[in-house]
Design a protein around this ligand. Structure first.
Ligand code: FES
Length: 201
């Protein structure tokens, strides 16, 4: 994966009809999935009065703001203002978007217009994301990349978060037995605690 792409969530955590908050560096995002499965990443701010769109709701292929119900289409364009149903919303009412793609069960985001191809991680799937109260650079040095944890082959992706914390997205090899997954969950929790104590993995 190009360094221009940042892992912001696992695909399994953004089901059809869901909108969740996420981050790209210090930028607040809403990541949402339409009823048909299309994924999107936008600025988490309604152009009307600034309400977080991650508090909004998905209806079909649209995301609606929770405050006054302005409805936005997949291109970020406002399509409906409920208080003025006869009005065609002006083209200027549009939510800024980010480039987004999914690979290996991970939602990746980059600045809009990113043209690089995502790196493939064949044989791995998203398993679990945890927030770590430790600096992303340090955690990346300690654990990022392919390794072995809880008896499973894993890939660990580190995401910088605002405030100096980071997200750790753990991918597991497709061949890992179901019986190992509980052990992997416990190992991830233990790893998180060690990282927060500054103990290298
Ligand atoms: S703040 Fe979003 S519709 Fe008013």
């Amino acid at each position: 994966m190009s360094s221009n792409w940042t892992p912001v969530a696992l695909s399994q955590d953004v089901l059809p009809g869901m909108a969740i908050p996420a981050h790209l560096q210090d930028q607040d995002l809403v990541v949402w999935r339409s009823a048909t499965g299309r994924i999107a990443a936008w600025h988490d701010r309604c152009p009307h009065r600034g309400m977080r769109l991650s508090h909004g709701f998905v209806r079909g292929e649209f995301l609606s703001c929770i405050y006054h119900g302005w409805r936005y289409g997949e291109d970020g364009q406002c399509r409906k203002i409920p208080a003025h149903p006869e009005l065609a919303p002006p083209a200027a009412i549009k939510v800024p978007r980010f480039a987004v793609c999914e690979s290996a069960g991970v939602v990746w985001v980059a600045p809009e217009g990113e043209t690089s191809e995502p790196v493939d991680l064949p044989g791995f799937r998203g398993f679990r994301s945890v927030a770590v109260n430790a600096a992303a650079d340090q955690v990346a040095r300690d654990v990022a990349g392919q390794g072995h944890l809880g008896g499973c082959d894993v890939v660990m992706l580190v995401q910088p978060l605002p405030g100096g914390d980071c997200g750790l997205h753990v991918l597991v090899a497709d061949g890992c037995a179901d019986a190992q997954l509980d052990a992997l969950s416990h190992a991830i929790e233990a790893l998180r605690r060690r990282l927060e104590q500054g103990v290298a993995a």
